[in-house]
Ligand binder design. Structure first.
Ligand SMILES: *[C@@H]1O[C@H](CO)[C@@H](O)[C@H](O)[C@H]1NC(C)=O
Ligand SMILES: *[C@@H]1O[C@H](CO)[C@@H](O)[C@H](O)[C@H]1NC(C)=O
Ligand SMILES: *[C@@H]1O[C@H](CO)[C@@H](O)[C@H](O)[C@H]1NC(C)=O
Ligand SMILES: *[C@@H]1O[C@H](CO)[C@@H](O)[C@H](O)[C@H]1NC(C)=O
Ligand SMILES: *[C@@H]1O[C@H](CO)[C@@H](O)[C@H](O)[C@H]1NC(C)=O
Length: 497
């Protein structure tokens, strides 16, 4: 055991030497690198050199080759080749099998987000049953996150585990911020309370179980239920006592914008939904009850119950999960829809904000999340509105269009919104239009960016692993659901089959 550990650290040490000669991927990703694809877009090859990749998987290489052989458009093949391995190529900052710990960065920011990792690995789920090493990596990610969640269930972004020996990063945006309950900045990178972070952790965990049937990671830590319970409550009890379990205050530029009511946000009344303070974009919520995060929570709690029941563990927890899941589902159908249109946010007093933000979970992504069927009339009607001027964060020119959010600004829509839109339709023409809006707007760089201007060539976040993974996940979805749109032979393809 001791020998194994020492050997591992020697090997890690030598990899680190090589890695130190590798270009920083934030810089690398801002200029075209390798040779060009042969389609009209002539997209560059953007994978780091083999010696600079942070994890190797032969299963992943096989999928890349399988897809390349089938895709009729060489530009799409190049995009797949760049994006599918991006998480493994660039974001595995630390992995130690013996310690069962891995630290995965989001891309250009050296911190691990619970939401991002769930999405960064979502397109590899089908490979976990065959690639044992990849499964071991995902298990180590889950184990690291289980510790974060048990210590700081209200937080969403974290520092490297101390065992890694990696330095912690200073978060300028957290300067001058006071979070209650208090956090340790050596463990927490940023403690915005975002309900979907916990959903991401649940999704990654159950997806790992579904693929491997390995239940050894399950523990009886129930912090998630504590948060659900606390954040379902109204701002005032019947005697107007203030009910507050989390607050975020501070000054001087750290808050954009400041959180009203001494850091607890807009008042909310009980509806059965669970509140959040910030959105999946890390922006402040207008109203606490974020419909898509609740939809994701309801779906993931049902999956959690299924996993626990199939492993015959913690029956009390699985019962609780089913109860909450049903309560939240009913509350969504009962309190967020008017005239067939879902509100993005509500407050329980009749306040509703009809809009969408590109970050998943979003309203556009409700079918992707597994909450409803893409043909459900309420989704069809809501989707139509969200992809029009009826959504304040939809913007369009001839060059580019889509849904953005206040995180960047209202005229920089996010390619991610088109990926969600593709998951939410069976219409061939709509799929192809969204697909080529994304492909045509990588700024000639062959990677998926955070946001793209509708006016000029400006874009944000050259290295955004989640967006790359989500794009590749969508192309794999089309490979099995709509092969005639993208493949030479029109035959469906599913990795590992
Ligand atoms: C382009 O570069 C890739 C990766 O280095 C290589 O595999 C491929 O053979 C090159 N293709 C051409 C046409 O040079
Ligand atoms: C991945 O494989 C290359 C050789 O193809 C090697 O140089 C590199 O160190 C490997 N990366 C890791 C993290 O093992
Ligand atoms: C479920 O039961 C276990 C064992 O009796 C207990 O430790 C745990 O606190 C219970 N969990 C909940 C959420 O009730
Ligand atoms: C909506 O709420 C009412 C009253 O609280 C309840 O009886 C009904 O079952 C709910 N409907 C749905 C679809 O959950
Ligand atoms: C993508 O660009 C091509 C030209 O390179 C153009 O023909 C096509 O209409 C564009 N598609 C979209 C959806 O903008």
């Amino acid at each position: 055991m001791k020998f194994g550990l020492r050997l591992a650290s020697v090997l890690l040490g030598s990899a680190a030497v090589v890695q130190s000669q590798c270009p920083d991927y934030t810089t690398f990703s801002q200029a075209p690198q390798g040779n060009r694809s042969t389609g009209p877009l002539a997209l560059p090859y953007m994978r780091p050199a083999p010696a600079c990749r942070t994890f190797n998987s032969s299963a992943v290489e096989k999928v890349i080759n399988d897809m390349k052989a089938r895709l009729k458009d060489p530009d799409l093949a190049r995009l797949f080749k760049n994006t599918f391995p991006n998480t493994l190529d660039t974001t595995v900052k630390y992995f130690n099998e013996q310690q069962n710990l891995a630290f995965i960065i989001t891309g250009d920011i050296t911190a691990q987000w619970l939401r991002d990792t769930a999405n960064q690995f979502a397109h590899y789920h089908s490979l976990l049953s065959t690639d044992k090493e990849l499964a071991t990596l995902v298990k180590a990610v889950i184990n690291n996150e289980a510790r974060y969640v048990s210590q700081f269930p209200y937080c969403g972004a974290f520092q490297p585990p101390p065992e890694s020996g990696l330095p912690t990063s200073h978060n300028d945006w957290a300067d001058g911020v006071t979070v209650n309950p208090p956090v340790n900045n050596q463990i927490v990178f940023e403690c915005k309370y975002e309900l979907d972070s916990l959903c991401g952790f649940l999704k990654l965990s159950r997806s790992y179980y579904e693929a491997t049937k390995d239940s050894s990671f399950i523990n009886d830590n129930c912090q998630i239920f504590r948060v659900i319970d606390e954040q379902s409550q109204a701002t005032f009890d019947e005697n107007f006592n203030l009910v507050s379990f989390y607050s975020w205050t501070g000054g001087n530029g750290a808050l954009s914008p400041a959180v009203p009511n001494a850091g607890i946000g807009e008042p909310k009344a009980y509806t059965g939904l669970v509140g959040t303070h910030h959105r999946p974009s890390d922006d402040l919520s207008t109203f606490a009850f974020l419909t898509p995060a609740n939809a994701m929570l309801s779906v993931e709690l049902t999956h959690l119950a299924e996993v626990l029941d199939s492993t015959q563990q913690l029956r009390n927890v699985s019962q609780l999960a089913r109860q909450y899941s049903l309560r939240i589902q009913n509350a969504i159908w009962n309190s967020t829809i008017v005239n067939n249109i879902f509100a993005y946010e509500t407050n329980g007093f009749g306040g509703r904000y009809v809009m969408d933000d590109a970050n998943v979970p979003s309203l556009l992504s409700l079918p992707y999340l597994g909450f409803l069927d893409k043909h459900h009339p309420a989704y069809v009607a809501t989707r139509k509105l969200l992809l029009s001027r009826g959504n304040p964060y939809f913007a369009a020119t001839k060059k580019f269009n889509g849904v953005g959010g206040p995180h960047v600004d209202a005229w920089h829509p996010w390619p991610m919104s088109h990926i969600s839109a593709i998951f939410g339709t069976d219409d061939d023409q709509d799929i192809l239009t969204s697909l080529y809006l994304i492909a045509n707007n990588t700024n000639g760089l062959g990677l998926i960016h955070e946001s793209v201007s509708i006016y000029d060539t400006s874009y944000t976040r050259p290295w955004f692993a989640w967006a790359n993974s989500y794009f590749a996940e969508m192309l794999l979805d089309l490979a099995s659901r709509k092969p005639h749109l993208i493949f030479k032979d029109g035959k469906p393809y599913v990795p590992g089959q």
